[in-house]
Structures are given as C-alpha cells and as structure tokens.
Ligand binder design. Sequence first.
Ligand code: ZN
Length: 274
Amino acid sequence: MRINKWIPRILFPAMVMSMMAGCGNNATNNEAEGKNEPSPTTGAHQAHWSYEGDTSPEHWAELDQLFTTCSTGTAQSPVNILHDQVKDDESLSPIKVEYSPSPVAIINNGHTIQVNLKNQDNRLVVEGKTYILQQFHFHLPSEHELDGKHAEMELHLVHKSEEGSLAVLSVLIHSGSENTALNQLWSLLPAKESEEETPVEGNFNLNGLLPADLHSFRYQGSLTTPPCTEGVQWIVLENPVQWSGEQIGKFAAIFPHDNRPVQTLGNREIDSDE
Ligand SMILES: [Zn+2]
C-alpha cells in the first residue's frame, strides 16, 4: 500500500483515488475525527495508513506530507492522564450533554467501526461553547491511559462547532456487564471494510453509551488519526462504562488493535472539573 506515496496525487480526482485504495476517504468512511473531506490543498486522496507494519503510527508522518503534524505537532493525542498531575479547576463548569434517540448509520471504514449521525440535534456544551455530534467510533485497547493503564476499549464521540472546531468526548470501556443499548448497533457490526454505510433501523439511544457521572478531564489535543490536526478540545470522562466480554470480543474480532500510542504531554495541562 506504500505505493500510494509515489502516485502524483494531484493528478487524481478524489473519487478515482477512493476507489483505488483500501484506505477510504470520503464523507462517510474516513475515521479521522471530523476530517472527512479530501485534502484542501490537492483535492486528493490521503495515503494509506494503519496500526501496524510499514504504515503504523510511528510512520504516519512519512506517508504523506499532509501528515507531518503527526510527528512535528506539540499538542498531540492521546496522552497518559496521571491523576497526580491533573489540576482540579473549580472554575470549570460541568459539561452539558444533550443527546436524544437519533437516526444513525454504521460503517467499517477500514480503521474502525464508525457510526454516523443522521441529524444535527445532539449537543455538547463545554465552557459555554456548543458543539454538535457528527459521528462516534471505537478504539481497542483505549488510546488514553489513566496512570499508565489502558482500558479495554475507548469510545470517541466527535462533535463540531458552528465555526468548525472539534470537541471529542471520550468514554473508557471496561469489561463487565452487558451494555444493552449497544446491541442495536452490534447486531449489524460490519466485518468488512466498505464504502457504503448501513442504516440502523429506528432511533439509537445515545445516552446508553454514557456513564451516569459526567465528571471529566479536559485538555487541548489533536485528532488521533492522520492528519493528526491540532486544536481539538478533549473531554475524557473520569468514569468508565461497562460492556460484556462478548461485546468487546465482537469488535476485537474485526479490529484486534486500533489505538495510537500515547503522545508527550509537554507543557500542556490537564484539568478536572471535580
Ligand atoms: Zn478516535
């Protein structure tokens, strides 16, 4: 798949390119959080990237000049959240999550299972700024670490503001009791990568994915997939949810691992609204 690197991408319309590669890039199947258009500079397809071998995270920046930030960025995600270093900020107001049952469609985009929202009705309010839920997807094991430990999985709910800035709400997933809301999606889990999303019948209960307690860690980071764009507001919920081992196993059978390793925190601060 490294051959993509050598194709003069500028010569190829995005549609042709997306048919060529196993690493799709269109409005419905690009995992990159909120980055679902062709390159603004070339109008072309992104290079193939993955989680192992020659196209694994340590090589992302070499695969495409559009991915440079993956190695040169100074505010990258995910990170290891050390409780000792988290700053309790009493001035932080609690986040507001205003989700209601909504129409969705599910797709295997070759990097993860992604669920696309078919309305613009689900709001996240962080520090007075409103973001609308666009899609959610999953990583195994978790991308963020808590005190150096991975959770079994991590859910990313990707939101966009009116001006186009991104906020990702992250929920850590531990093995335990079954999540009954998830079954509506997991009964349709697409094992093969596709360009076509599958509509999910009825409305999906988004709140069923969240823990009751919405206390969170907050920091400024990036997309965890190429092009690793920075300026992303991260909200990592302190409390995990539980899924059954069988539910986690169904995802693992399709994506045995799809997590970017933790990145240097540098001079960034992680705040908590406790
Ligand atoms: Zn993600």
